[in-house]
Design a protein around this ligand. Structure first.
Ligand code: BGC
Length: 246
């Protein structure tokens, strides 16, 4: 079964048709830049552009960087505030003519890792931390997702964690891997104290650079890189259409 997966991020919007049984992209992903400001109509137009690029007629699954309740956008940390209270499912269906399902972007990426990647078959509590423009989290207990955890907004040293330790902060402040890893490690230590996970999976753009910072992480739980790297968000968004309850 094939579903068009779309990952809407603070910087880029990317999509590809996904074989949801195998968890694989069926063609090269297509990416457009997230419009700034990321207003409702402009983002919806980008989603429509991706659908058009693949001449897509079937279902679409969209990962979105917000807490989502039944297709409704509840928060707006890295997109325009005008999204709050908007039903993204309705908007995307109107713009694309395709049946859409919306899920938090980090939940989508986590789902892909749990089903097909680094968290496959892992029992107990697994936290997937997606590090990009913001920090997103997905918590699984024996493979079951607790949706919309939003732990990138935990306060560390009086600041939201994603304002201290996201990949955007690393780039903007030109932090060395060591300096950034110190901040990130502090955040993971806090997460560990609160949730006592059995494994932490690091996803998002910088998962490919895992070896550059892994040696600076000192928490007790095993920390591993996402296996599906940056494709997890697209694959998980497609996969989520099979689980419309989330
Ligand atoms: C948002 C989350 C999102 C994360 C990663 C945060 O700012 O609040 O919903 O998962 O960024 O994109």
């Amino acid at each position: 079964m094939t579903v068009l997966g779309i990952d809407i991020g603070g910087t880029g919007i990317k999509g590809a048709p996904v074989d949801v049984e195998k968890g694989e992209l069926l063609s090269e992903r297509f990416r457009v830049l997230t419009p700034q400001p990321a207003t409702v109509d402009d983002v919806a137009e980008c989603v429509a552009q991706i659908v058009k690029h693949f001449s897509w007629k079937g279902r679409i699954g969209c990962g979105f960087p917000s807490a989502i309740k039944h297709g409704m956008i509840m928060t707006a940390a890295n997109i325009d505030d005008s999204w709050i209270g908007v039903n993204a499912k309705t908007v995307f269906e109107l713009h694309t003519g395709c049946k859409a399902h919306i899920i938090n972007d980090a939940d989508a990426a986590g789902w892909a890792e749990i089903h097909f990647g680094a968290g496959r078959g892992v029992q107990g509590v697994v936290i997937c931390v997606t590090v990009g423009t913001g920090i997103g989290t997905a918590i699984f207990s024996n493979g079951v997702l607790l949706p919309n955890t939003e732990l990138g907004h935990l306060m560390v040293r009086g600041k939201e964690a994603e304002h201290r330790a996201s990949d955007r902060v690393r780039r903007e402040k030109e932090l060395s891997w060591k300096k950034w890893a110190k901040r990130f490690n502090e955040y993971l230590t806090y997460l560990e104290k609160l949730f006592w996970p059995d494994m932490i999976i690091i996803g998002g753009g910088l998962s490919k650079d895992f070896v550059k910072f892994a040696s600076h992480l000192t928490i007790q739980a095993p920390v591993v890189a996402a296996e599906m790297l940056n494709e997890a968000g697209i694959i998980g968004a497609a996969l989520s259409t099979l689980h419309p309850e989330v």
